[in-house]
Ligand binder design. Structure first.
Ligand SMILES: Cc1cc2nc3c(=O)[nH]c(=O)nc-3n(C[C@H](O)[C@H](O)[C@H](O)COP(=O)(O)OP(=O)(O)OC[C@H]3O[C@@H](n4cnc5c(N)ncnc54)[C@H](O)[C@@H]3O)c2cc1C
Length: 326
């Protein structure tokens, strides 16, 4: 996954893209910058601040601050709170966490990633999430999926259900289908990966198809696009069945990637609009509803077809530059 490093930030400066930020580097600052979400975007923002305004008092609130990057930033003097932010008051500029911690800030980078919609696929909820594991967030990346994949028998079928775009990592379904096929074919003689896609086109699909034809037995991966009935509209966790325009399906394993929107906190704080994503200024990533807050990464509506770590990292640098210039 792409990470923003000191070299990346300096590279952007060197190309002149961040020219206006240079004078700010020499301005002493005791500003308090909070970052909610220490994933790809939040960490990239922290690295950018460490380079562009090292005297900033930086606090990262991250539910799962267990990575090497978190440890490195903590050793560098950044306050890392391994807690979940539960409330943000943009007027008084205050964050509260599940642990009861209160953080006051001058500027906020909001990068909590995605949330899942439960109002699109009938029957989707906690039971369905367990029955059809998605493994589509850091917290849920392998929940049950790896073990259940290994249990798929020879001649078995795996279904991957792809939600309507936008969703995190648009190229992910093609890569996942390929990885699942490669993993199972290395261990079984015959398997089938059936992809039910709500969309008419999938990034990378046309590029990878020739490779699949060369590498896998014919019919190992079948892709059903939206216009051929690929959209899944209902699930039944009790029977293990999913259904849509193409019919009703059961399989040895169903990996249902749920329809997505911005993280729940974006909705409760009022940063998301009716699309479920957070509208922002495309240049500065400032929230359309709370301009003191920069919303970066998957949660925003800025780059619907580019919800990747790389985009989150690039947005982080732009957002930090804009906050420092404000
Ligand atoms: C299976 C998969 C594979 C991928 N592979 C790639 C790849 O190879 N290359 C690539 O460029 N992109 C990849 N992506 C996409 C990439 O992971 C995302 O686009 C990127 O992580 C988005 O960054 P973000 O900062 O917006 O969100 P995230 O990286 O998801 O970070 C959000 C963070 O916020 C934290 N958080 C959530 N709620 C709270 C809260 N209430 N309080 C505090 N913290 C909170 C979470 O713990 C999380 O760490 C992949 C995505 C998936 C699902």
């Amino acid at each position: 996954m792409a990470m923003v490093t000191r070299r990346t930030v300096l590279g952007v400066l060197a190309t002149g893209a961040a020219g206006a930020a240079v004078p700010l580097l020499s301005r002493p600052s005791q500003a308090r910058l909070a970052i909610v979400g220490g994933g790809a975007g939040g960490l990239a923002a922290a690295e950018a601040v460490r380079v562009l305004a090292p005297e900033t008092r930086l606090t990262i609130i991250e539910t799962l601050a267990d990575g090497a990057a978190h440890r490195r930033l903590a050793a560098d003097g950044v306050t890392i709170l391994t807690e979940a932010a539960t409330d943000i008051d943009p007027v008084v500029r205050r964050i509260r966490t599940t642990a009861g911690t209160v953080i006051e800030y001058d500027a906020l980078v909001f990068a909590p990633g995605i949330g899942f919609r439960t109002d699109v696929v009938a029957g989707y909820g906690a039971d369905a999430e367990a029955a059809f594991p998605h493994a589509w967030t850091r917290h849920n990346r392998d929940r049950g999926l790896g073990k259940r994949l290994d249990a798929v028998p020879d001649g078995g079928t795996v279904i991957i259900s792809v939600p309507e775009a936008p969703f995190s990592f648009p190229a992910g379904p093609v890569l996942r289908a390929e990885n699942v096929a490669a993993h199972l074919l290395a261990r079984r003689r015959r398997i089938k990966v059936l992809v039910l896609d709500a969309n008419d086109t999938a990034p990378l699909l046309s590029e990878r198809r020739p490779l699949w034809a060369a590498r896998f037995p014919a019919g190992s991966i079948e892709w059903v696009p939206g216009h051929q009935g690929g959209r899944v509209t209902a699930v039944d966790a009790a029977t293990g069945a999913i259904s849509g325009d193409a019919g009703r399906f059961r399989a040895d394993l169903i990996n249902l990637i749920p329809p997505q929107r911005a993280h729940d906190l974006a909705l409760s704080v009022g940063l998301a609009d009716t699309s479920g994503w957070c509208p922002v200024d495309a240049a500065t990533l400032a929230s359309a509803t709370a301009p003191d807050i920069a919303v970066i990464g998957d949660a925003n509506a800025a780059a619907p077809s580019a919800k990747t770590a790389e985009t989150a990292g690039a947005q982080a640098i732009r957002a930090v530059r804009a906050l420092l210039a404000a």
